[in-house]
Design a protein around this ligand. Sequence first.
Ligand SMILES: NC(=O)c1ccc[n+]([C@@H]2O[C@H](COP(=O)([O-])OP(=O)(O)OC[C@H]3O[C@@H](n4cnc5c(N)ncnc54)[C@H](O)[C@@H]3O)[C@@H](O)[C@H]2O)c1
Length: 279
Amino acid sequence: MSGRVEGKVALVTGAARGQGRSHAVRLAQEGADIIALDICGPIRDDAQIAPATPEDLAETVELVKGFNRRIVTAEADVRDFDAVKVAVDNGVEQLGRLDVIVANAGIGTGGIPLHETDEVDWQEMQDINLSGVWKSVKAGVPHIIEGGAGGSIVLTSSVGGLKAHPNMGPYIAAKHGVVGLMRSFAVELGQHFIRVNTVHPTNVNTPMFMNEGAMKMFRPDLENPGPEDMKVVAQLMHVLPIGWVEPEDISNAVLFLASDESRYVTGLTLSVDAGSALK
Ligand SMILES: NC(=O)c1ccc[n+]([C@@H]2O[C@H](COP(=O)([O-])OP(=O)(O)OC[C@H]3O[C@@H](n4cnc5c(N)ncnc54)[C@H](O)[C@@H]3O)[C@@H](O)[C@H]2O)c1
């Protein structure tokens, strides 16, 4: 099957790399034009993983163009509503409409018990992973309503939006909050035939997960753990014998929710978790 989102325009946040890039490319492969937004820079100076760059976003552009789809990009921070609105308005002006919002941008965390978490770290997490999702949707929804043809909104939560893991409290709280946002938007926007759903990935092979810090967190017993060492422990989270999934596995779920194949699916929490919820 091809052309599953033919003629639609999709906004994807966090599109410079990782899952966001993969979503943009997969949607383009099936016929959508893309508005790709990313901060393309560090969130903070002491970040544990390398930030996405303008070159990363340029790579997304090339991949989307490879499918003969149009793409408009913006370097914007999802915490800055005015900047997101300008980016979305500009994208819609150039591409003519908006049908799909994939609010995917986010940051990771780990390692500190919730009651010992620094207030700045807490706030930063909520500002990006929860409020940033709300602001991205808020900026896009008026365009979808104006189009009068309905639409689909997909919010990236996590397995950690449905259950807790220790020492990830700010992330777990924000990702549970995303489910609340999804349900609220779904009941409000259904009258416009706008559907709203969440995806809940387990570990995904992106810089957020595949990094030295995560490997040390999974294998504190080893001095220099590598991916294979991490896999041994990460696999215990799942029913299926894998340590992580690939970005395309999440993109396929996003594509289904973005397409008319799911035209009566709204309010769904769609897990792509290798059975993590069963454990
Ligand atoms: N990787 C995993 O294991 C995993 C698991 C479950 C859920 N998730 C979620 O998936 C989403 C995508 O993460 P990923 O795995 O692709 O990680 P990633 O770090 O590879 O990509 C995240 C992208 O979001 C962008 N971004 C971050 N903060 C931003 C901001 N304030 N404004 C604009 N852009 C911003 C980054 O620049 C980056 O390009 C996140 O919401 C994350 O929480 C990831």
